[in-house]
Design a protein around this ligand. Sequence first.
Ligand code: ARG
Length: 568
Amino acid sequence: MYWHKLATKAIAEAFEKGFSRPAPDNVLQTLEVPPDSSLGDFAFPCFKLAKELRMAPPKIAQTLKENFSSTQFERTEVKGAYFNLFVNKEAFASSVIEDVLSSGDRYGSSDLGQGKTCCIDFSSINIAKRFHIGHLSTTLIGAALARIYRFQNWNVVSINHLGDWGTQFGNMIAAYKLWGNPEMIEQGGVQALSDLYVRFHKEAEEDKALLNLGREWFKKIEDGDEEALSIFNYFKELTLKDAQKVYELLGIEFDSYAGESFYNDKMTPVIDELRQKDLLTESDGALVVDLSELDMPPCLILKSDGATLYATRDLAAALYRKKTYDFSKCLYVVAYQQDLHFRQLFAVLKKMGYSWAESQMEHVAFGMVSYEGESLSTRKGKVIYLDDLLKKAQEKAYDILLEKSPGIKDKDTVARQVGIGAVIYATLQNNRIKDIDFWWDRALNFDGETGPYVQYTYARCQSVLQKGAEVQDSPDYTCLESAVSQEALKNLYSFPKALQDALNRNEPYIITRCITDIAKSYNRFYYEERILTENKEQTAARLALTRAVAQTIKTGCGLLGIEMPDKM
Ligand code: ARG
């Protein structure tokens, strides 16, 4: 932001000198960064001023040019309605590099979130189901957002809103009592539970009595029956233990596992409140909140048999979170398919008089994942499980390493970093709403826009730095005036802004893009310029750029959850 401020200040001064009055603040904010730097490093559009000044935009730009003076800019020009500024390249290089290097691993961090809390509901897996790739995006996007907010000093509460309530758990217990036993579950894990569930449904088609049995068991869970609860809690522990392995591998932790069942005793007050506020209407014996004025179907609150619903629990959860955490933001990282659910939820809260629902809650939606061209989580009828996917990623990365760099030590660690990094990168590469089609060849390619490519660039920087470790001279930043150097510097300079945009839009891919641009521009620099030369001051400058690049890549990737190997 330093250079934005310099440019703004210098333009404001030129304006005052040229027009004998202060420049309007809102106009100064329109300063642009042209995508093509031949049009300037900053461009100031003058057409908005034309009316007020009764002057043609090119004329305004010309006046600004005539009155402009700042040693930090080497040149200015008038181009149409624009007043373009070109930075002093040496000053730009030294300020950017010194800023990065003096910030260490905090480059791009700020206090913008000081005193504010953000609740992030993500991953939110379902009990007795194996963690499959349908939950990959929510897990990785949510964890990235948690880090991104923390980096700007927000207080983050990460919440795994477990799917641990519903009649299906009655069926599960019934199936377990009929055909299961502890040994089989011990051995088969969550998969054995899913198998039991499948068998239950198959047999229930023939034998309807099974469904009654399931209902009875669910009633028992609801009534707090000891046996029912102990079996159910056993299922829950098992599922969480399995999921924990995945979370550990991905470096993810939760502050709360309060799931759907946590709200069992917190819904009556909500229903009472809805009734008091006269928002409930009856429909076929069920209680709903009518949302027809918003062109939405009614939000179902209580079924005719008195059972509560997913939405009822989310209402209770929203109120609980507001009361417990006093959040300024509450994010739900959940697939786009639940769009209607969240619109209904926010609408009901608003009708209850909670205006914060609209301003502070957000459904952070994302598209579907398919796997090598086949649709979500099924491949030839089989589900793709996350632990399998991550295992395969590491194995494939290991094989590639064996082939490409047989000499490196601790291949297991590097294979883990590269394999998992590839999966994370592929998931956080594009804006959320875009569907993802995951291909191994693409994700693990060392060239192109991939995790391994960025990691490889980082490792390349490390090796350059090692070779130049002896050079202690002070850098001559005039050696970074070439187009390739300046491009890399510009990308480094834009990193803090990318972090803020990523936060404001809840879009981790903005960071992925920025990191990739940094890596690409560094590689161009690497191929076009010799870094280690006889000229020590020149070498020092190019090493400083290398160090700044490595450090920024590491920080950015760290926010996404991607680790950096020193050698690759
Ligand atoms: N368990 C749900 C699912 O797997 C996601 C829950 C999202 N969070 C929420 N508060 N509704 O689809």
